[in-house]
Design a binder for this molecule. Structure first.
Ligand code: FES
Length: 132
């Protein structure tokens, strides 16, 4: 299956050309203005340094997780958000993952997804990535 033509309709920010801010052994990656996350379900995909990060809003909070399902290499930004539990459900076979912890809700997922700390500085959303 070819996933290279992925176009989910999510706002995509390709920051491979942008340089993350580094400090304390981690990198701060700019996602965009906080105004892009005012409504539940708003989502942005950011690609940087080999990471593909899905940043989205749920229940008044902003979360950042890895954008790949652990069942098969499918993009989670094509899935739906379950607002009652702040989970994302993979569009392909309906695996669910907590946006807060990355924990999966069982099969068909094959483990959790990564989560990343989100910081808002002067109205701009940043995601903190671990040091490589
Ligand atoms: S690819 Fe996500 S549940 Fe199968």
């Amino acid at each position: 299956m070819d996933h290279l033509d992925h176009d989910s309709g999510s706002d995509a920010v390709d920051t491979d050309t942008a340089s993350p801010r580094r400090g304390s052994g981690s990198a701060l990656v700019e996602v965009g203005p906080v105004s892009r996350f005012l409504r539940d379900g708003e989502r942005v995909v950011t690609k940087t340094g080999g990471h593909e990060i899905l940043t989205l809003a749920c229940d008044g909070e902003i979360f950042a997780v890895g954008n790949r399902c652990t069942h098969r290499p499918w993009w989670l930004d094509t899935g739906r958000i379950l607002p009652a539990t702040c989970e994302i459900e993979c569009a392909l076979h309906l695996a669910r993952f907590s946006l807060r912890t990355g924990t999966d809700a069982g099969e068909p997922a094959r483990g959790p997804i990564p989560t990343y700390p989100v910081e808002v500085v002067d109205g701009v959303v940043f995601v903190r990535l671990p040091a490589p």
